[in-house]
Design a protein. Structure first.
Lengths: 737, 100, 184
């Protein structure tokens, strides 16, 4: 690592030699905790290692962020190459060209990576801090170090994903976060549902990863490299080619870009929970709540967005893929938001909310507004992490009760949590000065603009229809979030035996071992839990001003969009929308923030808070029982998958098993038997024919020898006798002959 | 005076008694004594030849043979004792290590 | 009577020789080892007498000293040392007894026939003689020991010395063989 090379235009005085520490510090934390945690009797050591490594990583990211700020806009990129990871020699790619590209283990700290690294380490640190309080129970046995080690490993993988300077590094992180997600969802692996949820998440992600891999294989075949800078630099020349021939198929570059974009988006579907691969995310709530906040709201699920933004030069040139993304994003936003309307589990509501918000982000990507989508990633990370951690506090305060029907009236018991979550709710609903307004309405406006076209209304109707879906989803969002606040914090506490309206249910308590079901009083959580929540709430309130839309330039600047512009292939919107400020934009803003979202929230308040017995809601459900049933059961999509895909897959597996058992094993066993038979014959031949001949010769010699053996008696007197015999014979010849 | 042939006959008789002793007896000590007997028969011959040829060499040679016989007896008896210690036997036909 | 004595005196050698053979026969046929040794002793004494009859006085005395005085006693010691009673149940003679005895008799017969046909002729006894320079001042009949010693040291000095070395080697060898084995 000493020979880390400095490239690009960086003055050496800045130095990048410690860049590698940003991802590696959490890795060291993971190794230290994972290998020795069992023997650290004191959990404060575990805490110190885990929080210290992530915190140091955050500070280092902050340091390099300020280094970036000092650089001119065009060259804001730090690069550190540690070693060559793969050296494939020469590889033949499209058009009979040869590439000599190597894959470096290199880190690239540019505008996008910097923002993501700050998000990952910053939010990650707050969530680590929250975990020290939330995982109080686990601290008593020896599971706690494992949890913290996994969290650190996750942070390492995520940083590898966002800081890697080529697609393979990103893929390494991509798979790493998938692994950590599996490990953390299945943290309570002694519970069946947690194990099942972990497997579901892993397998679903594998389907997406397959698409992702195909995507970057194709990129390598077309571009001959996986390095971002090289790809970005050669994108224009590739697009200028008249046609590209690959695998015997000749087509225009746009065709291949569409193909690559679609494959990559399939990967993003898995990781970022889009239809049809979103099903794992709600189940992933089986993990501890900080995990839900860190992985399934703030960071990991945004890796698909990061990937699209990072590879925007592909997607800009792939209009069909963009339309695909736009449609899927809108559909996901709408369906997931509607599913959130009828959930009682507080974490499930937030899970569907996450899926829905991810849909919004993909809408932004699909409309070509990469910076708007990315910005929503950030604001969403703040308010959704805050909401998730807040829900964790609520769950803990209610002694591991997750059903909202058994909560209520928590406002007076836990004021810090209430205010933090309320602010975040305003943010996610998109009320004016809160951050959600700036990010979500920007996305919706960009989509609308695709149809609006500067007042000519000549854009594709796809933009109009997806915009409408997005608007409805936004309405739903505001509704279910207010519903959550009302059911949880307003009214009277329904736990502990007080239940005037018979709303509580004796549910199965998901999560930890349910204890203390008797009378108890909720209480505010300790400081190390509400402080992160409150900090995140503050970010959710003020974060929007980082990227004020052009129309509201009196309030500030679009810092975020300008910051990201160096990595964009094309700054202007894809659909050639006119950037001019129009009255339409102001009209939509006012509509959204004054009527649309507040209306939904007021409706929810009217349903659930103004009427503590929820009779209006129950009457509505009675009136449309099927509708409620369908929404509550999430449109039976899981069951649909079960019937359409999983059962046939299982049946196929069973048939393959039979085939394997009867045919393959049969052939193998038959061959074994034939071999055995042959061996027996050969053994017989060897024993009786070959050995027989040899033994016969030996026997012959032995018999011959036995004839003379008797002469050798070993007795001296026999020899003397023979001597005398010879003497006597001699005498005969000598004297008598 | 007896003739030389008589002496030779007596000595050959003694010699063959010795040979018979070597061939038929199993006791190692008696075999050794028979060998001594054969040597004495030879000595008798030597002395007889000296007596009938008038030369002194026959008697001198008989003296040498007597010395050899003494040495042979010493070694033979030592072997017999060692054999008895080692193999617990003095029977000649028990010693057949060269049996094929 | 005188004639008889004269005849016996003339044939004294024949008497001693036959007695020696009889002792030898006792030796090889006796069931008791001690009897065998005694037979051997008797035979040796008779052989010494035969030597005297053949005018080898020195050798006769030496025979008595060496055999009757030394070797027979040695045999007797060893016979006492070795416990022979435990071979009582075994047969006295070897299995080749019935083959070897006829063969010995045949050989003896051949010798007898050969000697009967007068191989060497009727030789008369001749007095011992030495070369004149060796025999100076000696009476061949009266001074037998001196005669023998002169003949020995004149013609057989080297064999005598070799014999002395052989005796020494036999002495040492017998010691080594017969001494009890050292516990290693």
């Amino acid at each position: 690592m000493n020979d880390a090379t400095l490239t690009h235009l960086i003055p050496t005085s800045l130095g990048v030699s410690y860049l590698w520490l940003i991802p590696f510090l959490p890795l060291f934390g993971f190794l230290l905790n994972g290998l020795t945690g069992r023997h650290l009797r004191n959990n404060s050591w575990v805490n110190g290692i885990a929080l210290g490594s992530v915190g140091a990583s955050f500070l280092l990211s902050l340091y390099y962020f300020f280094q970036l700020l000092q650089l001119p806009e065009a060259s804001r990129s730090l690069h550190q190459s540690l070693w060559t990871w793969f050296d494939v020699g020469a590889a033949q790619i499209a058009g009979q060209r040869l590439t000599f590209a190597t894959v470096e283990w290199a880190y690239k700290f540019d505008v996008l990576s910097a923002a993501m690294a700050l998000l990952v380490t910053g939010a990650g640190f707050l969530i680590h801090l929250f975990s020290t309080g939330y995982m109080e129970e686990e601290q008593k046995d020896f599971r706690y170090y494992r949890f913290m080690a996994y969290l650190n490993l996750f942070v390492f993988s995520m940083l590898n994903l966002v800081l890697g300077s080529n697609i393979l590094m990103m893929f390494l992180g991509w798979e790493g976060v998938g692994l950590c997600s599996y490990l953390l969802i299945g943290f309570y692996f002694d519970k069946t549902y947690a194990g099942d949820a972990a497997k579901k998440a892993f397998v679903t992600n594998r389907i997406g990863d397959f698409g992702f891999m195909l995507g970057f294989f194709l990129i390598f075949m077309v571009f001959g490299s996986l390095d971002y800078d090289t790809l970005m630099g050669s994108a224009r020349s590739v697009m200028a080619l008249p046609s590209i021939t690959l695998f015997g198929h000749t087509a225009s570059p746009t065709f291949w870009m569409n193909l690559i974009g679609s494959c990559l988006f399939i990967g993003a579907m898995g990781k970022s929970a889009q239809i049809p691969l979103y099903v794992w995310l709600p189940d992933a709530m089986a993990g501890p709540t900080p995990v839900s906040a860190l992985i399934h709201a703030a960071t990991m699920v945004t890796s698909g967005l990061y990937m699209i933004t990072r590879l925007n030069f592909i997607f800009v040139n792939a209009p069909a893929a963009l339309h695909f993304i736009l449609f899927i994003g809108a559909l996901t936003a709408l369906l997931a938001a509607s599913m959130g309307l009828a959930q009682y589990d507080i974490k499930k509501v937030l899970a569907y909310s996450t899926v829905s918000q991810l849909g919004f982000m993909f809408m932004g990507m699909g409309a070509g507004a990469f910076t708007a989508g990315m910005f929503h990633v950030f604001t969403h990370a703040f308010f959704k992490a805050c909401l998730f951690l807040g829900s964790g506090s609520v769950i803990m305060a209610c002694h591991h009760e997750q059903d909202m029907r058994n909560m209520g009236g928590l406002r007076k018991y836990m004021p810090w949590t209430f205010w933090s979550m309320l602010l975040s709710t305003f943010a996610i609903a998109g009320i004016f000065p809160f951050s959600g307004f700036f990010s979500k309405d920007e996305i919706l406006w960009k989509v609308f603009e695709g149809w609006y076209q500067g007042g000519t209304y000549q854009g594709s109707t796809l933009y109009l229809s997806t915009w409408l879906m997005g608007m409805i989803a936004a309405f739903f969002t505001a509704f279910y979030m207010m519903r959550l606040i009302c059911m949880t914090f307003l009214g009277n506490y329904r736990g502990g035996g007080e239940d005037p309206y018979h709303l509580t249910v004796q549910g199965h308590s998901h999560g930890h071992d349910a204890h203390g079901s008797g009378t108890h009083v909720p209480h505010e959580v300790p400081w190390n839990m509400w402080v992160p929540v409150f900090l995140l709430a503050l970010l959710a309130v003020g974060g929007g001003f980082l990227n004020v839309p052009h129309a509201l330039h009196v309030l500030g600047h679009a810092h975020f969009s300008e910051w990201l512009s160096p990595i964009l292939y094309q700054v202007a919107a894809v659909h050639e929308g006119v950037e001019a400020v129009s009255t339409m934009e102001y009209g939509l803003m006012i509509w959204a923030t004054v009527i649309w979202a507040p209306g939904a929230m007021a409706l929810a308040y009217w349903f659930y808070a103004a009427d503590p017995s929820w009779s209006r809601a129950q009457r509505f459900v009675k009136q449309y029982p099927n509708l409620f049933e369908w929404v509550h059961a999430r449109y039976y999509i899981d069951e649909f998958y079960e019937a359409l895909l999983i059962t046939p897959a299982k049946r196929l597996a069973g048939q393959l098993w039979s085939f394997d058992t009867w045919v393959v094993d049969g052939v193998v066993n038959g061959a074994a038997r034939a071999t055995l038979l042959f061996a027996r014959i050969s053994y017989w031949f060897d024993t009786y024919i070959v050995d027989g001949l040899v033994n016969f010769v030996a026997w012959l010699l032995q018999q011959f020898a036995l004839l003379f053996k008797a002469l050798q008696s070993g007795r001296v007197q026999n020899y003397a006798f023979v001597m005398l015999l010879g003497f006597v014979l001699l005498l005969f010849f000598k004297f008598l002959g | 005076m007896i003739s030389l042939n008589t002496v030779l006959f007596i000595s050959s008789l003694m010699f063959f008694i010795g040979v018979a002793g070597v061939l038929i007896r199993r006791n190692l000590l008696i075999i050794l004594m028979s060998v001594e007997l054969m040597l004495n028969a030879a000595n008798l011959n030597l002395i007889a030849f000296a007596r009938y040829s008038g030369t002194v060499e026959g008697q001198a040679f008989a003296l040498l043979v007597m010395g050899f016989a003494a040495a042979e007896v010493a070694i033979g008896l030592a072997l017999a004792v060692a054999l008895y210690r080692r193999k617990d036997t003095v029977q000649a036909d028990d010693i057949n290590l060269l049996n094929g | 009577m005188n004639a008889l004595f004269s005849t016996i005196g003339q044939n004294l050698f024949l008497v001693f020789g036959l007695l020696a053979c009889a002792g030898a026969a006792v030796m090889i046929l006796s069931t008791s080892a001690v009897h065998s040794v005694l037979g051997f002793l008797f035979s040796m004494i008779m052989v010494a007498a035969c030597f005297l009859c053949l005018h080898a006085e020195f050798l006769g005395m030496a025979q008595l000293l060496v055999y009757a005085g030394g070797i027979v006693v040695l045999f007797l010691f060893v016979v006492m040392l070795v416990e022979l009673t435990k071979y009582k149940e075994k047969s006295l003679f070897t299995t080749q007894f019935k083959w070897s005895l006829p063969l010995v008799l045949i050989a003896l017969g051949i010798f007898a026939v050969t000697l009967k046909s007068n191989l060497f002729g009727p030789a008369a006894p001749v007095a011992l003689s030495l070369s004149p320079d060796l025999a100076q001042g000696l009476s061949a009949t009266a001074q037998n020991a001196q005669m023998v010693s002169r003949g020995l040291f004149a013609g057989f000095l080297l064999p005598l010395e070799i014999l002395s070395v052989i005796l020494l080697v036999a002495l040492v060898g017998a010691l080594v063989l017969a001494k009890s084995e050292r516990v290693s």
